[in-house]
Design a protein around this ligand. Sequence first.
Ligand code: FMN
Length: 289
Amino acid sequence: MSVRAVIRKRISIRHYKPTPVPEEVLQAVVDSGENSVALDDDIGVRFQLITEGRLVAERMAFLTGTRFLFGSAPHFIIAMSEERPLFMLNMGFRMEQMILFATAQGLGTCWVGGLFTEERIGSLLNLQKGERVIALTPVGYPDTSFYGRLARDIIEVGAMNRGRRKALEQIAYGAHWGMPLETQDSELLEALECARLAPSWANTQPWRFLVDVKKVIAAADTTSRYGNIREGKHYYCLDVGIAMSHFFLAAREMGWQGSWQVAGFDPLQIAREHTIPQGYEVLGIYRRS
Ligand SMILES: Cc1cc2nc3c(=O)[nH]c(=O)nc-3n(C[C@H](O)[C@H](O)[C@H](O)COP(=O)(O)O)c2cc1C
């Protein structure tokens, strides 16, 4: 299956069948995270498989874990990162590659950033100094029964836009903020469409893209909402990393050679040049070579 088809197939799964996933498949999922393309290779990340899902579920928040959500997950993978500049952006970019790999294997996943504390989950892990727990995902075969679907629907009603994505015109502009994107480049439009479909914290979709000659600028809406800044971690950066990952993977599949540059430029100067308003932060520049 193409990565673009997998991007369209992936949804958050919060209820699972009890069937365990074969060990070699779980290991392949972890490997896909460990071997994922990074935005910054100097930031150490780790993906820890917990085969006995109950151990994680028990440490999750009230109404989750063993009570209502996620308690049925046979396994979990916990994502940890060194706390360094761009660590949230980098984790979004990397872990989404693992999520998409798992989806391609027919497995269900769900980004979870909010229903745990680092302290409680950290007790399961051998955390190194300066290492943070960023997110976790259940892994298992989706429960497609009525109850499983109902649980998903209830959560989506509480998420922004009821789980629907913003229109492309609302997230992708021309070279200046708010300027309509006028392009006939079907590959560029496809890569942006894949970015548009990315999952995000409570479906807040904080990503914006500006398209200039041969480059695409990614910016984040830095508004704090739905608790997306937690324990010093800015989840809107992680969300934009996920959308950048979708863009990168789709473009690569279509034969583009480009990559995201996330350092070595002055974000304020880029914002001025492209009339990006206050409250938005420039996080990356994709250059097509
Ligand atoms: C960084 C991040 C954190 C998330 N945290 C949670 C969470 O704590 N609990 C939850 O049920 N869903 C969580 N989600 C899933 C989103 O609610 C979901 O991706 C969004 O509503 C879009 O739905 P979809 O993934 O089915 O397309 C999170 C997603 C992301 C990207």
